[in-house]
Design a protein around this ligand. Structure first.
Ligand code: NZQ
Ligand code: ZN
Length: 388
């Protein structure tokens, strides 16, 4: 394990078919005024909204609603939510939805009592909050981002063509998250598989870094194998509880900082994907699937040993009689075939990117230096072109 680190994850989880019962256990700890944050209306159609309202009322809470949080929440919406939260004198923010709703709730948490330009402070200058925070709790309805147990908040600024994530500290993590796998059954298949790939990508972003012998890599391989197995079941049988519950739990552990311990971590697939997202507003997981194979084929020679290990331990490639390059590429072939079978978007053209937008997307791509290759502008453009 590399370096010195601390590990603390303060989010309490309630998991399973009865998880929502946990809400009544948590609500008494917070004040009366609840800002109920949700998305475009799926929770009203599938009945989760009614269940939550009933519990809030039974606990004597005053409910102030802030619906209409869009996928890839915008800074304008955050400003609107801050005004609502102030008017409501919100004591607590309850996010009911997917990663977008949870991320948005965290953005409100750090912004309600903050003076000044919150976009610049948190998403350009990456400053930490110094103001009073409004605590957040989540009822998760879409699986993938890990936002239910981390400090991440990804906000889009269309005017500046930027989509930027700030990973806040423990004080911004949700105080609790309610994870009922059955709440995810109504997700359209497109969203379910996008979430599945988001999970895979989170694990790979941490796995493809470093050359030391590291427990985090063994945990990552186990999570990947469980994900691949359960995803194969869920795409043909979406109401399979075993599969959906395993996917939900894997998503949480994929990005709650555990498997990043002792790792430098890469995150270049996310930087490329977020840049594509800033220009197309496409579904997050699909922006990642569309750039992953070209990216990994390109960096493979720089991290060859790890790609060989990935092929053998995750995809079951038999290395006998093969060169290391052949084994590593066979691993990526297996991943690509699995992605196609799962129904993932395999190129950015399908998401609305064109030859003409490559220059702009490349400009919006932040460069990270924790992986096997630090990319220059020319390499970014060529990976994006190979993803068209
Ligand atoms: O808005 P509603 O009507 O609720 O519909 C949503 C939305 O259209 C729908 N949905 C959610 N639960 C549903 C459902 N439809 C039917 N039944 C249900 N049970 O699904 C659509 C997508 O929801 P969204 O929350 O946008 O998806 P996701 O969870 O993938 O979140 C994506 C956002 O999270 C950010 C992404 O960049 C993106 O902005 N990320 C956050 C991270 C973090 N906090 O650590 C890390 C990730 O890498 C990611 O960047
Ligand atoms: Zn992601």
């Amino acid at each position: 394990m590399l370096g010195n680190f601390t590990y603390c994850n303060p989010t309490k989880l309630y998991f399973g078919k009865d998880a929502l019962d946990g809400l009544s256990k948590e609500l008494p700890k917070y004040g009366k005024n609840i800002l109920l944050v949700y998305g475009g209306g799926s929770i009203k159609k599938n009945g989760i909204y009614d269940k939550v309202i009933k519990i809030l009322k039974a606990n004597g809470k005053e409910i102030f609603e802030d619906g209409g949080v869009m996928p890839n929440p915008t800074i304008e919406k955050v400003h609107e939510g801050v005004a609502r939260a102030k008017a409501a004198k919100a004591d607590f923010i309850l996010a009911v939805g997917g990663g977008s709703v949870c991320d948005y709730a965290k953005a409100l948490s750090v912004s309600i009592h903050c003076k000044g330009d919150i976009w610049k402070k948190y998403f350009i200058d990456f400053e930490e909050p110094t103001c009073e925070l409004v605590p957040v709790g989540c009822v998760l309805t879409m699986v993938g981002t890990g936002s239910e147990m981390n400090g991440g908040s990804v906000i889009t600024n269309h005017a500046e063509k930027l989509k930027i994530g700030h990973v806040f500290g423990e004080e911004v993590y949700p105080k609790f998250s309610i994870l009922n796998p059955e709440f995810t059954y109504t997700l359209p298949k497109y969203q379910m598989v996008a979430g599945i790939f988001d999970i895979m990508s989170h694990i790979l972003e941490q796995y493809f870094s470093g050359t030391d012998d590291n427990t985090s890599d063994y945990v990552a391989e186990g999570l990947l194998r469980s994900l691949i197995h359960s995803a194969e079941i869920a795409v043909v049988d979406p109401n399979n509880y075993d599969a959906r519950s395993n996917i939900m739990w894997t998503a949480t552990w994929a990005l709650n900082t555990l498997i990043a311990k002792g790792k430098t971590t890469d995150w270049m697939v996310h930087m490329l994907g977020q840049a594509v997202g800033a220009h197309t507003d496409a579904t997050h997981g699909m922006t990642l699937s569309a750039v992953s194979i070209p990216y990994y084929r390109y960096i493979l020679p720089y991290g060859l040993d790890k790609f060989v290990r990935y092929a053998v331990n995750v995809w079951g490639v038999n290395p006998a009689g093969k060169t290391d390059e052949e084994t590593a590429n066979a691993g990526l072939d297996a991943m690509q075939a699995w992605m196609e079978k799962t129904g993932l978007v395999m190129n950015i053209s399908e998401l609305g990117a064109t030859e003409e937008t490559i220059e702009g997307i490349a400009k919006s791509t932040l460069v990270m230096d924790g992986g096997y290759k630090v990319l220059d502008a020319k390499e970014i453009k060529s990976i994006l072109k190979a993803s068209l």
